[in-house]
Structure formats: C-alpha cells, structure tokens
Design a protein around this ligand. Sequence first.
Ligand code: CA
Length: 523
Amino acid sequence: MKTLLSFLAALSLSAVASAAAPRPPNIVFIFSDDHAYQAISAYGDSRKLLATPHIDRLAQAGVRFDRCLVTNSICGPARATILTGKYSHLNGFPNNSNSRFDGEQVTFPKLLQKAGYQTALVGKWHLGSDPTGFDFWQVLPGQGIYYNPPMIRMGERITEPGYTTDIITDRSIEWLKRRDKTKPFTLMMQHKAPHREWAPALRHLGADQDRVYPEPPTLFDDYANRGPAVAGQDMTLEKTFTDRDAKFVPPAGINEEQLKQWNAYYEPRNAKAKAANLTGKDLVRWRYQRYMHDYLMTVRAVDESVGRMLDYLDQEGLAENTIVIYSSDQGFYLGEHGWFDKRWIFEESVRTPLVVRWPGVTKPGTVNRDLVSNVDFAQTFLAAAGAPAPADMQGHSLVPILRGQKPADWRTAFYYQYYEYPAPHRVRPHYGVVTDRYKLVHFEAVGGPAYWELYDREKDPQELRNVIAEPGYTAAKAQLEKQLAQLRTELKVPAETPAHFYGNQPVTPGAEPAQKKNRKKQP
Ligand code: CA
C-alpha cells in the first residue's frame, strides 16, 4: 500500500512538473495577399467558387473565424498591424504610398526570439525596409511578381526560377528542415498570391475546364442609396480592369518556355473574345469570368501550398505541437458591386479569412462569430508562447477564444480607418465603427465634403442602403457614435488625420480629386 501511494505521489509530481513546463508550441503563420473568404470552400460561399481542400482541412481540425476584421484594408498597413499589434496611426504605416516600416520598433517576432524561439519569414513583405526580428528571411522586393521572381535573401538579391507560390513553399520547408531543432520556431510563410494581376501557375491554366462562374447579385450595382464615395471609386471591372488584368498582356518575368504554355491557354480564348467585340454589360460579364478563372486558379496553388506544409508537419511529427494559422492581409471583392480590390469598411473588404488549428486546444470544426482582428494576432502569438505582451499593444489575445472560453468583456465594437488617397483606386479616406449588426462610417473631408453613413447588416447584408437619415435609427446611431468616440480615445486616434497619412499625392481637403490615375501602383 505504501509503495502504491508513493508511486501515485511520484506520478502526480511528475504530472505537475510537466504541466508547469510544457514545450512552447511552434507557430506556422500561412498568410496570403488579397484572399477573399468567398474563395475558401470552408467559408461556404453561395457561389461555390472553388474547393480548397487543404485550408478546409485546417478548418475541420480547428476554428474558423467568421468575423476577423482588419484595421486598415490594404497590404502594407495590415502587415504592420500584425507585426506590432498596433493600429496604423501608431505603427507608422498608414498607406502603401509613402510609408516605410520602422524596423526598430517592437514586433512579436522580436519578442518571440527573446523568448527562445527561432523565427523565419519567407515571401511577401512589402514594408519598404528590410525585415528585422527574423533569424532567416527571404522576401520578394516590393509587390513581387508571379514568375521567376527576384528575391532578397538576408540582404542578398537573387532570382528564383519557377512559380512564386511554389518557391515560397519550397524555401519555407527547406528552412524548417535546417532549423535548430532544439528550439521552438515561428515561421511566416507569406504568399504574393492571389494578388492582382492574378497570374496562375501553368499547371492550373484551364484547370476549371472553362467553368462559367455564377455572378454575384450586385455585379451591376448602380450605387444608389449611398453617398458619393461609393460611386466615385475607381475599382470596377467596367472601368478599371486593364489589358494586363485581362491577360491580353503576359505577366512580368515569364520566360520563353513558360510563355508558350501560357499562350496556348490564353491566345485562343483572347482571340474569341476580341472577335466578339464585346461592349457594356457583356464586356463586364466576360471580364468577370476571366477574373474568376485567374484569381481562383492562383488560389489553387496557395491551397496546395497549405497542403504541402500540413503534410510536412505530419511527416515530421510536428503537427501536435504546432499552431497553424491561415489568414490573408484583408478581404477582396470578387465582382460584388462590380468591383475588384478592397480598402472599404464594407464586409468583403474589412473581413479577412482566419482559420486556426491548435491540437489539444481548438475544438475541431468550431465556427466563431466574435469580433476579432488582425490587431489581435501579435498578442495571441505571444500568449501562446507564454511570453508577456507589451502594454502598448492594442489588441487582445485570442487564446481564450481558441480554448472556447470567450472573455466576458470581449469587444462588441471594432474601430476601422482607411487613409490612402486618391491613387490607386480613389477610395475616399474613412473611419468608422463595426458591431455585430451595424456600421457607422465617416467619410473625411478629402476628395469631397465630409459626411456620415449608417448600414444595418441585419436588414441589408449586402450594404446597399445608407439608413442614416431614416426614421427608426436614431437610438442605434447615438449608441454607435458613443462607441466610436470611446474607441477613438482608447486607441489614441489623432483628432485630425495628418496629411501625409493619405499618401504622397497632395490632397486638398474638401476638393474633388485629380482624375490622374496611377496604374503602375497596385497595392
Ligand atoms: Ca493585400
């Protein structure tokens, strides 16, 4: 009996010891650029645009977040927010035009390094300065290209032959193979795809067998019942879509051999389109179909990349103690309102996919509808690693939510602010508050007079009707104004937006925008 008791005591002591010092989890952050949740089958879009079996595999084993909102819906600003856990006005990266990331500031990869992690970043960076806080990094310069991309590896400029999504996956897995296996790791595998100009891998050209995709109900939105900002943008399939977007021009960097295969797919289809001499709605419909083929086929390569990474983690016995996250820098329009691109506080743009698998923590197949954000990622990674987060980070750790234990005081209102104007897509600077049901939006006095809009997503899920002046919304509006003011104070938003936040093209407050368009810059 005595022996049994001491055996049990020893057993419980060793259980306490291992509970006190669990091995910190590895973190694999798989990130893409402009990946709309509508183009992930786990999200169940009504158009059923494509199957993404590997991202779905993550969702089946983890949590799919249905309302992950970004602080500022464009590339660089989203990345800066993720690294710092701060909004654009505090991390110094409000736009893709004249912002440059200050690599001296505190970021979660640096804090994870201090906590004993090895860190690596492979793929798209798009923050101007060189990455800091990574033991290994290899990035695309600027926006990057889809074929045979120049890359910068630890400061050295190189050119990588092949298709960019595959290269980023290869280099990520190679780093995992040669990492110091005595330490936990964080890997950020960041794809360029499916960013404009949506150039698929050769193996995926026509992989949809010339499917005719269902059109969104708002493809021919007339922008009625909303203010001048919505009508005044420059991101339509009708007016903004270029010959390069339509693949009448081949992608940058493609070599002769690759171009033969490229042309074998596009040339006959382009010739047919030209011969049809399409105009008006027919042309928009054709462009929508071309856009869907190209965009969705680039997503196929991203999904394959996720599959390769998951397989590698399984093979190496790493899956059990590795958190795998799939997300994008923001949402994207897939023809809704006649648009491509992002930037808006509206749903397709502000909402980004987020799927998290953490074996032993996330309950398989969970769907979460809490208001979470990319400003929460830094604190989440730090909490998962058991490392303290600095007090000036502005998000909240998602770890309790991942465990299925939502804190009672979790946010019920979210602050959004977009700045870049007028190029490249003439979306007027705006800020606002998002709740479960409503969005209250203030368009700033830039590119036109300031004004307010209010949307009721419960009655108007497609956000087609500004109800700010309608009877019955007085109380909701007052409540939202209060929440907005509170958030602006809490988040230390400057009362007046500094002029340089809008970018490097001068804007006169209240004036109509210059019509000059910058087609080269495609953030
Ligand atoms: Ca982006």
